[in-house]
Design a binder for this molecule. Sequence first.
Ligand code: F42
Length: 144
Amino acid sequence: MAEYIPSPVKWVRDQVELYESSGGTEGVSLMQTGLPCIIVTHKGNKTGAIRKTPLMRVKDGDGYVLVASQGGAPKNPVWVYNLRSDGDVEIRDGTEVHAMRVREVEDDDERQRVWALCVEAFPPYAEYQAKTSRKIPVFIAEPA
Ligand code: F42
């Protein structure tokens, strides 16, 4: 079994800890906003370690859309490189945990369709995309 390495960012690490230790009944939304989050468990592409990343919950049918917004920062979050290298993930949505397979959205029409879902679920994504010159990577997670 690979080792779990928690996020170096305290508020993120604390949210993962509360979300998971409560079985998905506490710590399930983004502070202030009250909007729901999911936890994506994936594998580090350099360390091979287990990584856990909370993201906003954007539903797409029986799957999810994962948005690498990082608050509109100039660089991609590093979990992008982990998912590009290995798309097998586990997604916790509240009390439910699903094995999922992730693929990056490359097609412009598909991106337009899912981006509308993203902004509907979490309106600040629109500001984050306007703020950065990078095209924010977007992934779709589907049941494995
Ligand atoms: N971030 C988003 O981008 N989108 C969201 O919708 C979002 C929502 C959200 C909600 C709640 C919450 O608590 C956090 C939320 N975040 C959201 C922040 C998100 O959880 C991540 O913290 C953020 O996207 C940054 O991701 P990151 O993977 O860049 O994290 C850094 C800080 C990190 O963990 N770095 C580690 C380190 O030690 O510096 C390395 C982690 C890693 O995966 N290493 C890889 C490995 O092999 O283990 C190597 C990666 C490489 O290629 O370099």
